[in-house]
Design a protein around this ligand. Sequence first.
Ligand SMILES: CC(=O)[C@@H](O)[C@H](O)COP(=O)(O)O
Ligand SMILES: NCC(=O)COP(=O)(O)O
Length: 240
Amino acid sequence: MTRLSVNINKFATLRNARGGNNPDVIKAALDCERFGAQGITVHPRPDERHIRYNDVLELSRVVTTEFNIEGYPDSRYLELVKRVKPAQATLVPDAPDVITSNAGWDTLTNETLLTEIIADLKKEGIRTSIFIDPVPHMIEGAARVGADRVELYTEAYASGYLKNKEKAIAPYVEAADLAKNLGLGLNAGHDLDLDNLAYLKECIPYLDEVSIGHALICDAIYYGLENVIQLYLRQLGHYR
Ligand SMILES: CC(=O)[C@@H](O)[C@H](O)COP(=O)(O)O
Ligand SMILES: NCC(=O)COP(=O)(O)O
């Protein structure tokens, strides 16, 4: 079954907007788990615009589902991940000033960097996933650098879904099949929502995990967090 990992970045965005501790990010993570989330994802960025590095340390002490820490593998991120030892580290090629993640890794030009970092994290017993576009030779590069999994960057799927879902999903099905044949685990994320998630799961039933944050938290403002987590789980075929 495909795990739902809730990315709680945007709870921290709201908290930081007023400078206090409301919403409480720790409580949000525990409630997400209580409501059925099968993982918690965070993406501490160098400017700490939302999730702060200290949040990650506090969350690591209480999260009981799979903890997934995303980020660009600079020294601060790597030190944090090695200290926390999460279930998964998802390496993302983001520059510090991007408004959000906007591309997958070039696993050819970054082969040496990724090979060394992934080997280092594996020594710590941390599963590694790398954020990637649905491009066959980049998927092949991901296998070469020793990644345990790839996370398909689904922004292009989401933006194309409403216009022509068959066309939008095609490169992702090809990339997923290739990843599976290369022995890579398969995650997906970015801009997934209640409209496009079920079709992704229908076309790629062997997805290991989807990580969803922005749309899910926006939905929760209108429909409530417990209800929305159940709705997303149902799109993945989980019936509680
Ligand atoms: C890697 C990815 O696609 C998202 O998890 C990203 O981390 C979202 O980041 P923001 O919440 O800062 O937009
Ligand atoms: N890796 C994707 C993620 O964690 C959340 O992305 P989004 O749902 O906030 O776009």
